[in-house]
Design a binder for this molecule. Structure first.
Ligand code: PHE
Ligand code: ZN
Length: 872
């Protein structure tokens, strides 16, 4: 790529033309598809008057073009690789355009493509322009009618958005006609044709309308849709109750496809799902995967209002729909599962992935200012940090005002394409609060750091907290301003939580401090003893906290804090102290004793605890997170310290871990929340025990593997065996048995790949090469790439950072190859190499070298953007 165009938010202009109606006819033929479009176009009355209509279009073969039935000749229009310009068009006209496309050759999985014989589309963000010439931008909203024509008998299922108007056979062709009455941007268009079976159900909305619900899959997966259907109905109910949002079409369809770049897509009335996010069956699906299905079903369904009815004006506003919808699905999950655990999971993603993104070359604000390729901006910053920003707004307003503000947002902007500012203005209008400073969360990149110190004045009975905030520079943004940070806190005394009095006002036992200045001090009165501060309760803001806790204070919070997130966080801090001491070669005796003692108390007392929370508390901080604590991290030292601590904890907690494993034995049947929690704690205990070189524990794992009646337990046992260096042939046999049993379940085979490449010992790169040649591997299938390449490079820290640098070069070589077929996937897989600056020179140099080798190749826009920004 020698010439690259950067798109800037500051350059946004309203469209010159609008498309009132879009009428599409797809003629599906083996080998090619002809698309006839008939667009009713008018000049945008609010825009300047251009004579030329400029449409987007890529990789299209133009067959014919007409304006108001008059065929256009060579001089009337002009075509470039990205656009078609039609000269001198009238105020109001019909453009007819015939193009030919080649879905079977489409390996990028964007536009219309074929996945195991079935036709499907993916148009977000800019894929529609690979289907026909169009104003492919989200602020052009149009009413769509779609006709699909295929050989009679070729496909049982032919779907598009909205309601089905007719389904007929004429002259050996099947003709299906769809109409979507809601105006939508082209990125929400969808078409599916294939031989699928369908699970049907009904939902009656709060106003009494009947909605037909359908989930389409290949016949072999027909038994794996029931959980998704239950989740869908739950989500529909939840959105009515929580946001007052009702579904609007007569029909809601979901289609599962095996080849999909992302998790799922919210096309109006016709969601398309990666099979990994919709199929589920107790025998073949883990608890974690069940929860993912529920969450993604909720997410895509919730988009119907937050995304479809109200969409984004331009792609810089992507977080308007994604941040809000992630916040909505996260609350949906918290309401159906454990709220504390959900909060911990969210915080963990922010800390070990989003903070790392913020510290790297791809750092960007929740509302970016520029991009080369928008596909590269479907990031944890836009999604998860964006959700945290909405959560902060919801907390600042409180539940009642937040609900009124979202009601206002949905009614004020229904049917429009709007901005993040429009959303915040609704929050301001309802609450009367000035949110101008808060809006910096949208425009300023980077992770804010809060440095907190305290002092206690016994004579005055006063406790003061001094909070200093600082956001490190990010690429292109060196100066940072103070943000409005809601810091939720409580104070603990020796007998429990303390009453909070600030400025003579009683604040109860928990309060939110509005941190708005570079530095500010808050004084608590009538404090009878020097307290322990419980900070950032419920992870009230996506920030890093620095406060020098004493070990005993951490222990107190771990055992007694009423906030589940803070208990877990205090445990993470204690573990972090032990790990960093080990990494830095410091004496660690007292810290280790404290950690073991605390874990002993928790495990011994597990009967009285939230078991799901306890399971989370056993997890050591991730290697990525530990690396992010250093200016220049030594990956080998980090992995070693972590493995050693796992071994030491296993040895010292042996009786408690085994006790837990055994007493929870009779609580693990079924899919209830307590059963899932019991499984998760038991399987963590098992994984720890296998760190001890003792045949008893391997037998335990082997037995669990053989006897399990659910995938969670079977896979956890397999994982424990494969991940211990001592298991030898036992692990090999289990791996073989697992493959034998599950070779016909693609999603389970992916887990089988994943468990091998994440093994924390031995020459894993060699194993990866072998698996890439395995009959079940397919380099064109994104799920397979994720199961082997992404799992190896993101979840096997020790092997990816092998001193030889071979894994770095391996990744670069793979990306060069994948980029030829699927640029979006290639760019995503690149992420681990972009973090080179985090590591000591020995590694950083080799990582850069791999990136540089890639920069010598002919690259897509997608990969070019990531490589060039990483090498800057
Ligand atoms: N909009 C989809 C979602 O958030 C994600 C997606 C983006 C899917 C781009 C495909 C392509 O659910
Ligand atoms: Zn989304």
């Amino acid at each position: 790529m020698s010439t690259t165009t950067v798109t800037y938010l500051a350059d946004y202009r309203a469209p010159e033309f609008l498309i009132e109606k879009t009428h599409l006819t797809f003629k599906l033929h083996e080998g090619y598809t002809d698309v006839n479009s008939q667009l009713t176009i008018v000049r945008n009355p609010h825009s300047t008057h251009a004579d030329h209509l400029v449409l987007h279009g890529e990789q299209l073969e133009l067959l014919s073009l007409a304006v108001d039935e008059h065929p256009l000749g060579a001089g009337d229009y002009q075509i470039t690789p990205q656009n078609m310009t039609v000269h001198n068009v009238p105020e109001h006209f019909i453009l007819q355009c015939k193009t030919r496309i080649y879905p079977e050759k489409n390996t990028a999985l964007e536009g219309l493509y074929r996945s195991s014989g079935m036709y499907c589309t993916q148009c977000e963000a800019e894929g529609f322009r690979k289907i026909t010439y169009y104003l492919d931008r989200p602020d052009v909203m149009s009413e769509f009618e779609t006709v699909i024509i295929a050989e009679e008998g070729a496909f049982s299922t032919m779907l598009s958005n909205g309601n089905c108007l007719s389904d007929t056979v004429y002259a050996g062709k099947r003709i299906v006609h769809w109409h979507d009455p809601f105006k939508k941007p082209s990125y929400l268009f969808a078409l599916v044709a294939g031989n699928l079976v369908c699970l049907e159900d009904h939902f009656s909305t709060q106003s009494g309308r009947q909605v037909l619900l359908q989930i389409y899959t290949e016949a072999k997966d027909s038994d794996k849709c029931h959980f998704a259907m239950r989740s869908l109905k739950k989500a529909m109910c939840w959105d009515e109750q929580t946001y007052g949002r009702e579904y609007d079409l007569d029909r809601f369809m979901i289609v599962a496809v095996d080849d999909f770049n992302m998790g799922a897509m919210e096309n109006k009335g016709l969601n398309i799902f990666n099979t990994s996010c919709v199929l589920a069956h107790p025998a073949s699906t883990t608890d974690a995967a069940f929860q993912r299905v529920e969450r993604v079903i909720g997410h895509e369904y919730f988009h119907n209002w937050s995304g479809n009815r109200i969409t984004c004006r331009d792609w810089f506003q992507l977080s308007l729909k994604e941040g809000l919808t992630v916040y909505r699905d996260s609350e949906f999950s918290a309401d159906t599962n454990s709220r504390a655990v959900k909060r911990i999971e969210d915080a963990n993603v922010i800390r070990s992935v989003q903070f790392v993104e913020d510290a790297g070359p791809m750092a960007h604000p929740v509302r970016p200012d520029s991009y080369i390729e928008i596909s590269n901006f479907y990031t944890v910053t836009i999604y998860e940090k964006g959700a945290e920003v909405v959560r902060m707004l919801a907390n600042i307003l409180g539940p009642e005002q937040y609900r009124r503000a979202t009601d206002l947002y949905f009614s004020r902007f229904d049917g429009q394409a709007v901005t993040c500012d429009d959303f915040v203005q609704c929050m301001e209008a309802v609450s009367g609060k000035d949110l101008r400073q808060f809006c910096l969360w949208y425009s300023q990149a980077g992770t804010p750091q809060l440095h907190i110190s305290d002092s206690y004045d016994a004579a005055r009975q006063q406790y003061s907290l001094t909070v200093r905030q600082h956001t490190p520079a990010t690429p292109g943004q060196t100066e940072k301003q103070a943000l409005h940070i809601p810091l939720k806190i409580a104070l603990y005394g020796s007998k429990g939580v303390l009453a909070l009095v600030i400025d003579g006002q009683n604040k109860g036992t928990e309060t939110v401090l509005d941190i708005c200045q570079d530095q500010q001090t808050i004084i608590f009165e009538q404090v009878a003893e020097n307290p322990v501060p419980s900070l950032l309760r419920g992870f009230s803001a996506p920030v890093k906290i620095f406060y020098a806790y004493q070990l005993a204070q951490l222990q107190q919070l771990i055992l007694l804090d009423s906030d589940g997130f803070c208990r877990w966080d205090a445990m993470q801090s204690l573990m972090r102290i032990v790990l960093c001491n080990a990494i830095d070669g410091k004496d660690n005796h007292a810290e280790q004793i404290m950690l073991v003692d605390t874990l002993k108390q928790l495990l011994a007392d597990h009967a009285s605890m939230d078991v799901a929370l306890l399971a989370c508390m056993l997890d050591l901080p991730s290697e990525q997170y530990l690396a992010s604590l250093y200016d220049k991290a030594n990956p080998t030292a980090i992995s070693q310290a972590r493995t050693q601590l796992q071994q030491q904890l296993a040895i010292q907690l042996q009786p408690e871990l085994l006790g837990c494993y055994q007493t929870l034995q009779d609580k693990i049947q079924g899919l209830s929340a307590p059963a899932m929690a019991a499984r998760s704690l038991r399987n963590r205990a098992l994984a720890y025990l296998l760190h001890i070189n003792d045949a008893r524990y391997r037998n335990l794992a082997q037995l669990q593997f053989a006897q399990a009646n659910n995938m969670t337990d079977q896979f956890a046992a397999l994982r424990a065996l494969v991940h211990t260096e001592h298991a030898g042939s036992t692990a090999q046999e289990a791996l073989q048995a697992f493959y034998q049993q599950w070779q016909h379940e693609t999603l389970v085979v992916n887990m089988w790949f994943q468990v091998q490449v994440t093994r924390p010992w031995g020459n894993v790169l060699q194993a990866v090469h072998k698996l890439l040649n395995h009959a079940a591997f397919d380099a064109r299938n994104p799920n397979k790439l994720r199961a082997v390449i992404a799992a190896f490079t993101n979840q096997n820290f020790a092997s990816f950072h092998d001193r030889s640098g071979k894994a770095y070069q391996f990744l670069a070589d793979q990306i060069a190859d994948i980029d030829q077929r699927n640029p979006q996937m290639a760019a995503r897989l690149l992420t681990p190499l972009t973090h080179w600056h985090q590591f000591i020179d020995e590694h950083a140099i080799l990582m850069r070298k791999a990136l540089e080798s890639l920069s010598q190749c002919e690259l897509s826009k997608d990969v070019y953007e990531v490589v060039s920004k990483s090498l800057m």
